[in-house]
Design a binder for this molecule. Sequence first.
Ligand code: PMT
Length: 422
Amino acid sequence: MTGGFPIHLPVMNTLRDRHILLGVTGGIAAYKAAELVRLLRTAGAEVQVVMTHAAGKFITPLTLQALSGRPVRDELFDPEAEAGMGHIELARWADAILVAPATADFLARLAQGRADDLLATLCLASEAPLLVAPAMNRVMWENPATQANVDLLRARDIAILGPEAGEQACGETGTGRMREPEALCADLQRLFAGNALAGLQVLVSAGPTQEPIDPVRYLGNNSSGRMGYALARAAREAGASVTLVSGPVSLEPPEGVQLIRVQTALEMRDAVLAEARQADVFIATAAVADYRVADPRSSKHKRGDGPLRLELVENPDILAEVAALPEAPFTLGFAAETDALERHAREKLVRKGVDMIAANRVGPGLGFGSEDNALEVYWQDGHQSLPRQGKDRLARALVRLLAQRLGRNPDQLCTSQLHAQD
Ligand code: PMT
């Protein structure tokens, strides 16, 4: 939790492209893990299931493999699996570990810090937040030994989610039922909802602009809008109010974000300038056409009409105009470069008068239209590399860096906000 800001309750899906390691231990509630995996995948998370041997008596690895789309892991010393993603890499891969159901035995092993199977080892070896959803007979739950273990785990910042009261598989009624998959999914959504940008208005430009030649043709570029849309989502996830000014793209509008659609650079400029005065931060991801046709035709130019000559005039530099406003927002520009990344990016940083610039290599399969990207981020006296990864994850990393530059605490995922609602 970042001190001083209100907890931001999610109004959006925060699980897109998150890496969830789902531990399944041996109890009758293991069948609910199938629904949990389905819900997490539907929300866009990558799910790696790790089962204990006892869990295999209640649900088959094949079911969980089919639903998660990844082979289930259950062996600590499996040479084949270790050759792919070793257990330490798996521990690092996880953004969060959720053990559901967690048996009394597993809670005891966790409390002791044991590493006697793959799942317990991963819990010990990972820095990711750890959440457990206990499920067991009510007497086992109430047993002072289990309660002492739970107290110990809570004190170590492990979120204890449930158990709930109701009818149990053993025929008794009491507390010990596993929290329902929908509720666990919502817990994870809350875990990832940040507040590093809470209270700020963030304006993002995204996508290409299209500059008309005649009523059916235009000059454009290959920007898909993915990077800008991912940044709008990441800023929203971090608690900001977000306005997205977007050129023509075929993407779903991000949840909880105000979307303004434009076509040309001049329309984008008008929309951005109208919003910039209220904005605290402007992120210029759009690939704005540097030139437009001076005098677009009002009717279609036909093949037999002779050569088509176009006079191009320069478009305004939207980013530079925003940076020059009397009370300019913090400006984060992008630089699309084919070579000499640092030199060109730093030149743009100074020439456009921006606070920070994120440079990416562009070319075949790079930057424009790609699923992933890598960024070199520069500011006056600093630099940070953000390695190649999916654009959603990259956008979250850039928003964390932005929050740091704004003097805010970047989001630390913290289970304590879940304890209050265990
Ligand atoms: O949309 P995707 O397919 O996900 O691809 C992402 C991207 C490659 C488009 C993105 O990562 C990116 O690099 N965006 C900036 C593209 C660009 O126009 O770069 P530039 O170096 O030409 O411009 C520098 C900066 O000035 C940019 O922030 C740009 O938005 C801004 N600019 C440029 C021209 C102009 N007339 N007005 C501007 O505001």
